[in-house]
Design a protein around this ligand. Sequence first.
Ligand SMILES: [Ca+2]
Ligand SMILES: [Ca+2]
Ligand SMILES: [Ca+2]
Length: 459
Amino acid sequence: MKSSFYLLIASFLLFSSCRKDEVPAAQDESAEKLAGGTHFTAYDYSENAFGVMASGLSSQDETDFVSGNALFRNNWVTAPSSVQSLDGLGPIMNALSCGSCHFKDGRAFLGNNTVNPPGLLARISIPGDEPDPVYGFQVQPMAIQGVQPEAEMQIQFETVTGSYEDGTFYNLRRPLYTLQNWNYGNPHAGLMISYRIAPPIHGLGLLEQVPESLILSFADENDANGDGISGKPNYTTNRHTGASVLGRFGWKAGQPDLEHQSLAAFNGDIGITSSLFPQDHLTDYQLSINGNLPNGGEPELSDAQARKIVTYARALAVPARRNTSDAINLRGSHVFKTIGCESCHIRKLVTGTGGPLPSAAGQTIYPYTDLLLHDMGADLADGRPELLANGNEWRTPPLWGIGLVPTVNGGYSLLHDGRAQTLEEAILWHGGEALKAREMFRKLNAADRAALVAFLESL
Ligand SMILES: [Ca+2]
Ligand SMILES: [Ca+2]
Ligand SMILES: [Ca+2]
């Protein structure tokens, strides 16, 4: 009796010492294959680092990936056109191709662009998570010939200064946006706007494959354990079944899987309909003004094309880590853990069995995300709810591959709106639930700050 009681205590201690934020360091710090096994691991560290196809695919999936790559890259054209497989653009849109926002399969780069910056889009709604009656759920700043685009987006930047505890000063760049030249009349007076930049898309087939139960095991919506971190799941609707399902993609986890995410992008961003999104992204008012425009088929994207683009989005590999055994990176990995970054950027996950890509199943992966929503404080808030996410909440983005962003993009545009030009800036904008970790970073000495950044650069 007594011994089983001690056994219970012992196993409780054992269990609690393996909490998510206490992943044994030695094991993970050496992880070079962030994507687990060899199938999703890429050794290309060039500007094509995010565009590598995973191995272990069926020959059908390989062929689909190659065609999907072309569908991702090619510009769509106005219907009717002799290129029937690529017509149906718009009539209003944000871009002509997926690849013009997801630069080289990665993220967009904001740079110093001030007017309609490529890769940045404005999601809009009015109170009640309803679409604007005239402009819908998204601003499309482009249109085909003869049709008015919706509006023009402009950014200005303001410098915010601060200092580390050791007295070193830093500058942060705060974006100030305006939407102007509304071509279909004024939007609703209560319009809420969320500016978002195209995130990278490598390794998403693995994140799609993380079991819901594992993600939910990190959730602590009411912060029952009192550590100041309250990961929260978002839920959305599966358009095939009508069922409510866990959201995992998009900056607020508003899309459940790569099919919904990719076909929603075709519909909203490029103006291409599919079986899943059969109507062009126009409000009734815009339809009444623009009349009967020719379309590129019903739907414009065939089911076979849809399958190809989704396979493409699923099968992009993850670059392997570099310089894993350098002392500075080992030090940085330790700092990452001790100052609380891992409360949200969870190092290690295991993908489930089954799923559309057998080589993505059963992998131990190191994406550095919990795929949950967190309140990130007022400075990052967009003030616009999306499904269950409130105006302060964002999904923890994965960090794998982040060190190769400057190679691919020529610089950093981090965070949901691309404002952060360095890794330090991205960390220094953290607030809300991440305030404690941010403050611990601010109080580090210069050597530990450099080690943390070096570690992130090795991912
Ligand atoms: Ca169209
Ligand atoms: Ca719109
Ligand atoms: Ca908690």
